[in-house]
Design a protein around this ligand. Structure first.
Ligand SMILES: [Zn+2]
Length: 360
């Protein structure tokens, strides 16, 4: 069986947000569920470490870091309507970035074949200059910069399957030809970025694969996107390290978005990413937790990712969405042409990207 690690620390529960969808019960539910279904015992625990301020400054401005630290030092407050800081949030955020780094270190040391950092606060909306969207610092971006500058790993791919666009991660690597950012996200949706026609081709279209999906994209649409775009793009890029911003808010039961993914599809996505990592960068796959706001979905979703990495079979306890999704074939074709991705399989016999025939 594959050796798979997890990073967790109780400090992640001390980022206290009150009556907010991103709150400590998310990770409590995940840890309880992993123990209950017998997965935790199969995983290798990896101690979290704190990122240093130097680690953060590879991505973020001093001013932004001080803002979070000072707000926490004063007992907490709001960065914006969505983004809260409590007295221990700064420390929790250092450990959230550092926990993701610890996952990478454990894979490099050969302790595990893959790891998942079960952290909060999440990170992918935090831009180089601004904490936002529940995110204080950008955990995956801080980890990628650290891997480049300290570990000497140059070519890094970041796949972001959270239902929201990771605008902060996209911003950070906009001008870096060594980092491929791939995002599947509902569009339009918060934060409003991630349109593939965005003209930022400082580095050519090859290093930025934004895949904006309409509401009510289902399992079939997502798997076509992964088979037709994500997998060939990763194989072409040949990263030395594969990082994954893992969010489970595209599930049909999630309250913050309108996609129709099942847990089975999350399992298939994780299995796909594990298989690609084995081919292009064996033993260098690290997931870090982003969103997911239905506790049953989040906890079972994380479990499905672990099951895929371990190579275990899977049974989806919640089942598929009860409606059919929209077709995304034309979008896939356009993106494949734009990014010069070949080998896209033939499209289904639908004439356009319209709603399915049952009219829902
Ligand atoms: Zn999200």
């Amino acid at each position: 069986m594959n050796r798979v690690g997890y990073v967790y620390d109780p400090i992640y529960l001390e980022h206290i947000t009150g009556n907010h969808p991103e709150n400590p019960t998310r990770l409590e539910a995940v840890m309880e569920h992993l123990a209950k279904v017998g997965l935790l015992q199969r995983l290798v625990p990896i101690p979290a470490v704190a990122a240093t301020e130097e680690d953060l400054t590879r991505v973020h401005t001093e001013r932004m870091i001080r803002k979070v630290a000072n707000l926490a030092g004063r007992g907490g407050g709001r960065i914006d309507m969505d983004t809260l800081v409590s007295s221990r949030s700064y420390e929790a955020a250092l450990y959230a970035a550092g926990g993701t780094m610890a996952g990478v270190q454990a894979t490099l040391d050969g302790q595990v074949d893959a790891a998942f950092a079960l952290v909060r606060p999440p990170g992918h909306h935090a831009t180089p200059r601004q904490s936002m969207g529940f995110c204080l610092f950008n955990n995956v971006a801080v980890t990628a910069r650290w891997a480049q500058e300290v570990l000497g790993i140059q070519r890094i791919a970041i796949v972001d399957f959270d239902v929201h666009h990771g605008n902060g991660t996209d911003d950070e690597f906009d001008a870096d030809p060594d980092v491929l950012y791939v995002s599947t996200h509902e569009y339009p949706l918060y934060p409003g970025t991630g349109d593939w026609r965005r003209p930022t081709h400082v580095r050519g279209p090859d290093n930025n694969l934004n895949i904006p999906l309409p509401a009510e994209t289902d399992d079939r649409g997502y798997m076509r996107v992964f088979r037709g775009l994500v997998e060939p793009a990763l194989r072409r890029f040949e990263p030395e390290l594969l990082l994954v911003s893992a969010g489970y808010d595209g599930h049909w039961a999630d309250p913050l978005a309108w996609q129709l993914l099942s847990l089975q599809c999350y399992y298939d996505i994780a299995a796909s990413l594990f298989a690609i990592s084995q081919d292009v960068c064996p033993g260098r796959l690290v997931f870090t937790l982003e969103g997911g706001y239905d506790l049953d979905v989040l906890s079972a979703g994380v479990a499905s990712s672990f099951a895929a990495m371990l190579g275990l079979p899977y049974h989806d306890p919640l089942g598929p969405a009860r409606k059919e999704g929209v077709a995304v074939d034309r979008l896939i074709q356009r993106l494949a042409e734009w990014h010069m991705i070949t080998g896209v399989t033939e499209t289904e016999p639908t004439s356009s990207d319209t709603r399915s025939s049952d009219g829902r």
